[in-house]
Design a binder for this molecule. Structure first.
Ligand SMILES: [Fe+2]
Ligand SMILES: [Fe+2]
Length: 178
């Protein structure tokens, strides 16, 4: 009995950490697109991705509140960091903005995939699994859209995406804990 209780508590914490990091990630993503739209105001492609990110963020905001999970304390950092990342890459040019999207979405997509694998056998979290699956598909779509829009032709593509992926992974790591 005691071990079941401990297991439940441990599981609850794992899922709380997952939702916290997802909310933080979607918050950061929305800020990145906000920064990009500062430069490419009427860009329908970026607008569409941003509107999907808004739904992702709203969904995780709702789940966070429903379950009484504390948000990451690093929100102010992701707010400024995400916005500046979106803005500065967009200021280079549209291809650089797209390269940024490729890098971020690739990390987020892998992150969601990992969560899907971890939750696979959890019958009590079917709704959450469905949400993660849907969002992951949309992140892949964003990555592919950015690739179709010449992300790989951005100057210094390899180094830029490598750097942005590192930052994104660090942000994920920190948001799980802090
Ligand atoms: Fe998203
Ligand atoms: Fe996305």
């Amino acid at each position: 009995m005691k071990s079941t209780l401990t297991n439940n508590k441990a599981k609850k914490k794992i899922i709380a950490d997952m939702i916290r990091v997802n909310q933080a990630g979607e918050f950061g993503a929305q800020k990145i697109y906000e920064g990009q739209l500062e430069v490419f105001k009427d860009d329908k492609i970026i607008q569409k991705m941003a509107s999907q990110e808004k739904i992702h963020l709203d969904t995780f905001n709702k789940i966070l509140i429903e379950r009484g999970i504390r948000p990451t304390a690093l929100s102010p950092l992701w707010s400024v960091g995400g916005y500046l990342l979106g803005l500065t890459t967009a200021l280079i040019d549209r291809k650089a903005a797209m390269a940024c999207t490729v890098a971020v979405e690739e990390v987020i997509e892998e992150h969601y995939k990992e969560q899907q694998n971890n939750l696979k056998h959890d019958n009590t979290e079917k709704e959450l699994i469905k949400i993660i699956k849907k969002f992951r598909e949309e992140e892949i779509e964003h990555k592919n859209t950015a690739l179709e829009h010449n992300a790989q032709d951005a100057k210094g593509y390899y180094l830029m995406t490598k750097g942005i992926k590192k930052i994104t992974k660090l942000a994920i790591f920190l948001s799980k804990k802090i």
